[in-house]
Design a protein around this ligand. Structure first.
Ligand code: 9MR
Length: 379
């Protein structure tokens, strides 16, 4: 309560500078990620349904204490917020945004236009025929106007389009692309900007460290810029593994996008410590593999040696982020604690993974202390 009051007074006193600056000019008495990364970039997390509604109150408390930016893990996706034609369910998103505002957090809306978690009805008419380009654009516009309009001035940045490219750098074959064409992205950005001209607008994707995919995303951003789409930033998701991708590629991803003159964000950071189920792993939610014992080697606890590898990996990655803090506006972890992570169930269901910086008991892991130390040195 005291820190909420303090934050509010501070925000009133600041009264100028960009939206984002306000959330970074935070001072708390205890050391937290928020205080350590102050002046470098926003440091964010996601909230899931249980955290939003207080069934995991410890998770919610930890999130609001440590982080100054928040993204909804699932509750703002089309299938949840707009499950049927004309039917919107804003309850969870409203509640999350209330929590964010009480705690002085920057709010990210995830996500407006995506091929996944979007009900099939979006793409079909009443006769079961695929919609025309005009009809689908109309539906997209209506969705964006309703959702962005409701949260105008309260959601500060939107993942406008999510995951439109595949690994070879070509456009993903989705209904959006097939029915509308490549300019579905231009339209989505235009519609969002028309409703809330102040909001930051992002393109968000994973595996941008793979050169062919990154080159495709660079071409896409250039195409958006040439067509005057109001894109302000790129979200590089950052679903990493202990040994993939190379640090050089992580760094180059940041510098290549920064060179395009847009903000760069790390939007979904986690580090998978388990053996890969496939040769290559991105973050395609439709991928899955059968459980085999050797794929779940640490069901009870993470061995010290692997914990050390995870700490070192987080340290190496944050060294890069801090080195480029002038270009990076936000780093968001995809989960509060290890127990929450999607990585326990993807691509193999029922594993015990350890990808984050808080453990299953809401306690900070060595990686947490390592990145705080780096951030303090950087200030
Ligand atoms: O973490 C999310 C998980 O709970 C959902 O089941 C899944 C499908 O909606 O989405 C996960 O989040 C994804 C994010 O929205 C987009 N990038 C990849 C993330 C991990 O799959």
């Amino acid at each position: 309560m005291k820190s909420i009051l303090f934050t509010s007074i501070l925000l009133l006193l600041i009264g100028c500078g960009s939206d984002r600056d306000q959330y970074q000019q935070e001072q708390t008495e205890e050391q937290t990620l928020r205080s350590a990364f102050e002046g470098s970039f926003l440091i964010g997390t996601i909230l899931n349904h249980r955290q939003i509604f207080g069934q995991d109150q410890r998770g919610q408390d930890l999130a609001v204490r440590e982080f100054n930016a928040v993204t909804a893990e699932n509750v703002m996706k089309w299938e949840n917020i707009h499950p049927e034609p004309g039917v919107y369910d804003f309850d969870a998103a409203d509640t999350m945004i209330d929590i964010a505002e009480e705690n002085g957090m920057f709010v990210v809306g995830h996500t407006l236009v995506w091929h996944s978690q979007t009900p099939d009805w979006v793409f079909y008419d009443d006769e079961g025929e695929l919609l025309s380009r005009e009809a689908l654009l109309e539906r997209m516009k209506d969705h964006i106007e309703t959702v962005v309009g409701r949260y105008k001035g309260r959601v500060h940045g939107w993942d406008v389009v999510n995951e439109a490219i595949v690994d070879d750098g070509t456009m993903r074959d989705t209904y959006w692309y097939r029915i509308i064409g490549e300019d579905f992205l231009v339209k989505a950005f235009e519609y969002a900007h028309a409703v809330d001209p102040e909001a930051e607008l992002y393109y968000n994707d994973y595996s941008l460290e793979i050169p062919s995919k990154r080159e495709g995303a660079i071409r896409l951003v250039e195409y958006l810029q040439e067509n005057d789409a109001p894109i302000t930033g790129i979200g590089t998701q950052g679903h990493f593994m202990l040994d993939f991708p190379d640090l050089e590629e992580i760094e180059k991803t940041i510098t290549d996008f920064a060179a395009l003159g847009i903000d760069v964000m790390v939007t979904e950071l986690d580090i998978d410590v388990l053996p890969p189920a496939f040769d290559y792993m991105g973050a395609d939610v439709s991928a899955s593999a059968e459980m085999r014992e050797e794929l779940n080697p640490y069901p009870d606890a993470l061995p010290d040696s692997v914990q050390q590898q995870l700490t070192d990996r987080y340290r190496d990655i944050f060294e890069i982020y801090l080195r480029h803090s002038d270009d990076i506006t936000r780093v968001t972890f995809w989960g509060v604690t290890d127990g929450d992570s999607w990585k326990n169930n993807w691509p193999v269901s029922g594993r015990t993974n350890y990808p984050l910086i808080f453990d299953r008991n809401w306690e900070p892991k060595p990686a947490y202390h390592a990145i705080i130390e780096l951030a303090e040195e950087h200030r």
